[in-house]
Design a protein around this ligand. Structure first.
Ligand SMILES: Nc1nc2c(ncn2[C@@H]2O[C@H](COP(=O)(O)OP(=O)(O)OP(=O)(O)O)[C@@H](O)[C@H]2O)c(=O)[nH]1
Ligand SMILES: [Mg+2]
Ligand SMILES: [Zn+2]
Length: 303
């Protein structure tokens, strides 16, 4: 928070938003972090934003503007207003724990969000150390729906450090946000991958009990790449997905849709639907199709 180059104190500088506090943000620039205030009428920066900022008075900093965003992930809060979570993402890491926590529907909501933002969804099943052989088989069957699309699937446990290598490989040089229910191990995974996260104290010491994340924060990976930790989702309604969006976001349907009898087929009750036929033949996961039907039903209600 100190040592601003004296020659630069009137000049605009560029930085990366690593944390957000309501009326200020932490901006990282050339290895240092500056707490920058926000003006009342300015567009709010979010974690992952590249911003222009400057010093305004002694050790007082302000955000001047936000550089254009590559992507912006939002979620609906209780008032059904879109609430931004993070910007400039390349990947969405969807973290789950073994059943009964695992929710295919929630995974599919996130996958749809990633597809609509054109960012890479990665599905992580964490806490695999808690599963016996039978549970592992059942989990593998669930995950096959995603491998078939294909989406990257990683089985991990923070007690088996090697299991995180696949994740590190997929995330190299990328900016990714970890999302998923509270307690699945998002912060623990980040702490296993980033020394910086341990220093900041993103998780409590092993066995010291629960330490729920309350603020979104960005961490650097040692080999390049950035991981954003976010609070676990408590509400189930994440986004208002329209029918058009739901139709677009199941990308494994695409090779079949041109063979549907109706050009505007929604793959629900229509006759001669090639998507439904593919589901019956096991070429499209029945579980994924079930999520699709639920999303379409939800979209119908919101019209
Ligand atoms: N057995 C086991 N426990 C784990 C694993 N990963 C995390 N945990 C434990 O699960 C608990 C919750 O982990 P967190 O990392 O805080 O979970 P989170 O997803 O960040 O939760 P929120 O911040 O509330 O969203 C902690 O007690 C961790 O030690 C794992 O791979 N195996
Ligand atoms: Mg956490
Ligand atoms: Zn169809």
């Amino acid at each position: 928070m100190h040592n601003v180059n004296e020659n630069n104190h009137t000049g605009n500088r560029r930085g990366l938003v690593i944390s957000y506090f309501g009326n200020s943000v932490a901006v990282e620039a050339e290895g240092a972090v500056y707490q920058c205030h926000l003006r009342r009428n300015q567009e709010l920066p979010v974690v992952g934003d590249e911003v222009i900022w400057r010093e305004e008075g002694q050790e007082s900093y302000i955000v001047v503007s936000i550089l254009p965003r590559r992507s912006l992930l939002t979620r609906g809060d209780s008032r059904k207003k879109a609430k931004p979570i993070a910007a400039n993402l390349d990947a969405l890491v969807i973290v789950m724990a073994p059943p009964p926590i695992f929710s295919a529907y929630l995974v599919d909501r996130y996958v749809a969000a990633a597809e609509l933002l054109s960012i890479q969804p990665i599905i992580v099943l964490n806490k695999t150390d808690l599963m016996n052989e039978a549970a592992q088989k059942a989990a593998d069957a669930l995950l096959d729906s995603y491998r078939a699309v294909p989406y990257p699937v990683v089985l991990s446990s923070i007690y088996r450090p090697l299991s995180l290598n696949d994740l590190t490989a997929v995330l190299a040089q990328k900016t990714a946000v970890l999302v998923g229910p509270s307690g699945v191990g998002k912060s623990s995974i980040i702490a296993s991958l980033s020394e910086e996260a341990i220093r900041v104290g993103t998780v409590s010491e092993k066995g010291a009990g629960k330490h729920t994340t309350t603020a979104t924060r960005l961490y650097h990976l040692p080999g390049g790449g950035r991981l954003i930790d976010s609070p676990g989702v408590r509400e189930f309604t994440l986004w208002t997905v329209t029918k058009e969006e739901a139709l677009k976001s199941f990308k494994e349907f695409t090779p079949y849709t041109s063979a549907c009898k109706f050009r505007d087929c929604q793959h629900l009750a229509e006759p001669d639907c090639a998507v439904k036929k593919a589901v019956q033949l096991g070429k499209i996961s029945a579980k994924r199709y079930e999520s699709y039907q639920l999303l379409m039903k939800e979209a119908e209600k919101k019209r």
